[in-house]
Ligand binder design. Structure first.
Ligand code: VG1
Ligand code: CO
Length: 544
């Protein structure tokens, strides 16, 4: 099979963001666009000759076509073997799992995660290393640099590989093995959690749950694990059929976009437990009957109850959270006397801490929770962890959360997103906050004293690298915080995120609605940033 070298010219906008390169499908469909980026990955990755890669995606529109392109280019770039999920499907955590279990040299995951899909939606490409985790900044910067100087890419002329048939296919010197996308992952889950006690939970018929796969990648995983292996009744998994356009919805498990599930979790006859995952299966939303668990609280509760799960029965080495995530888990770490790290937003920053054995659990306020079992956040894992805790404690979700607040204090928390704001307006808001940081120190805002105000920079304790400009934060003496950040995953205009938190140690004050409890701080965040005037927006697009 002859290798073809195709001349090309750079595209100026191929910078990976918080999690891979994300663009509109129409952008990826331009001749050479995907090819340039994939070639830049191969050029920057410095893989050994004959390397093994894992390839799969979340099943969105353009997934199958992109996989064929990646396979041809892998064949032309000296890759020896590619493991690809059947039908081109691999959830992000399952891809991470397969990379680790099969000792691959890395992986390419095709996904724009929680962004909408379909011909008018988004597509994305992520590159992961041999630890199974997202490429760190040094590697993504090298890829971005390469995209700006690329002049040719390599491919082979070959028919499409049959992705729906398990087993080996030859593409020149490249062996492509189509694997079951669920098997390795489901086995890993069986090792971490006590499936017998989970089966018991469903067997008595009194416990009911709903899992919303949002027509995205977790459908097949949830059906296999929850309905087949754990015996939950058929219909437990809703929207379980992956669709190329996710049924027209945002595959983003939050109170706005997982609306149907939220409705079904209301009222006395609602199920005991509800959960949802996103486009590529790495996010999770946890609900009780009439009760929403914030992702920040969920992380803290998993940490406090970790010993109830088989895979974590020896306790935790440490924990980490992204900077905007509430400090609820910090309280647990203090009690457990384990290390607690604060990283920039994006899973890639947890990789070194996990690899070095400094942390066992980590999470983000954006519905991401995970552990050292893989190197990505993992939606279904979090759901199984919660089920495990519910089975062992025999209490409701709400009881568990309220008891946790009583023991550790409650961190009232909310995130207000302003989506598709003109880039200039979003920058102006950030600049407005930035210019006040120094003078805010020691002043009183919303009745609280400002203890520190800065532009968050992270120093990686493992490799010594520094990442700057990771969000503007105003921290109050009583533990409250306001954080401003620009999203790095959007594909149109800018998304401005405002994160607001306060700490309530007094149990009698822990029953308020978060928007209500945070009213003063929310008002202060708008005033400080002059957000309404600068963006022309009167309300956030999404509140969580
Ligand atoms: C968002 C979240 C971040 C998460 C990232 C990828 O990034 O805030 O916490 O790691 O999405 O998640 P940003 O830059 O838009 O705030 V996923 O599930 O979309 O891969
Ligand atoms: Co995701």
């Amino acid at each position: 099979m002859t290798i073809r070298t195709v001349p090309t010219t750079p595209f100026p906008d191929q910078n990976p963001g918080t999690s891979g390169l994300r663009k509109r499908v129409s952008v990826f469909q331009q001749p050479g666009y995907l090819e340039n980026f994939v070639q830049a990955v191969f050029d920057a990755a410095e893989l050994p000759r004959g390397a093994t890669l894992v390839v799969g995606g979340d099943g969105r529109y353009f997934n199958r076509q992109a996989i064929q392109t990646v396979l041809r280019m892998a064949a032309a770039n000296g890759v020896g073997r590619v493991l690809v999920g059947r039908g081109g499907i691999l959830s992000t955590p399952a891809a991470s799992c397969v990379i680790r279990e099969r000792k691959a040299d890395g992986g390419i995951i095709l996904s724009a995660s929680h962004n909408p899909g379909g011909p008018n939606g988004d597509f994305g490409v992520k590159y992961n290393l041999s630890n199974g985790g997202p490429a760190p900044e040094q590697v993504t910067s090298a890829i971005a640099r390469r995209t700006r100087e690329i002049s040719e890419y390599r491919t082979v002329d070959a028919p499409d590989v049959h992705l729906d048939r398990d087993g080996d296919h030859q593409l020149g010197d490249l062996r492509v093995t189509v694997v079951d996308p669920v098997a390795d992952y489901a086995e890993l889950m069986e090792r971490l959690f006590d499936f017998d006690s989970l089966r018991g939970l469903f067997a008595n018929g009194r416990f009911r749950m709903l899992f919303d796969a949002m027509h995205a990648v977790t459908g097949p995983y949830a059906k296999e694990i929850l309905e087949r292996r754990l015996g939950a009744p058929g219909g437990t998994v809703m929207n379980g059929q992956p669709l190329e356009d996710f049924g027209g919805g945002h595959p983003d498990p939050n109170l706005t976009y997982a609306h149907d599930l939220v409705e079904r979790m209301k009222g006395g006859s609602a199920p005991d437990f509800g959960a949802a995952s996103d486009g590529d299966g790495d996010r999770n939303m946890i609900l009780g009957r009439d009760f929403f668990v914030t992702p920040s609280d969920s992380l803290a509760i998993l940490a406090a109850n970790a010993k109830l799960a088989r895979g974590y029965s020896n306790g935790l080495a440490g924990v980490a959270r992204s900077m905007p995530t509430s400090a609820a888990v910090d309280q647990v770490a203090k009690r457990l006397r384990v290390g607690c790290y604060e990283t920039p937003t994006g899973w890639k920053f947890f990789g070194n801490l996990l690899d070095a054995g400094r942390i066992t659990l980590c999470g983000e306020e954006s519905f991401g929770t995970g552990s050292d079992h893989v190197r990505e956040k993992d939606g279904l894992w979090a759901v199984l962890f919660w089920l495990n805790i519910l089975a062992k404690r025999g209490e409701s979700v709400e009881q568990i959360v309220r008891t946790h607040w009583r023991d550790f204090g409650r961190n009232y928390y909310t995130r207000h997103d302003y989506e598709e704001v003109p880039a200039d307006a979003a920058k102006a808001v950030m600049a407005r906050v930035q210019e006040q940081l120094a003078s805010l120190l020691g002043t009183t805002v919303a009745g609280r004293r400002v203890q520190s105000a800065d532009d968050f920079a992270y120093h990686d304790a493992v490799d010594g690298s520094t990442s700057e400009h990771q969000g503007l934060r105003i921290i109050f003496a009583d533990g409250a915080r306001i954080v401003y950040r620009l999203s790095g995953t959007g594909t149109s205009g800018a998304t401005l995120r405002v994160y607001i938190e306060s700490v309530e140690p007094d149990a009698s004050e822990q029953n308020r609605d978060a928007q209500d409890a945070l009213r003063d701080l929310i008002a202060a965040s708008l005033e400080l940033s002059d957000l309404r005037r600068l963006t022309g927006r009167n309300a956030p697009t999404v509140i969580t």
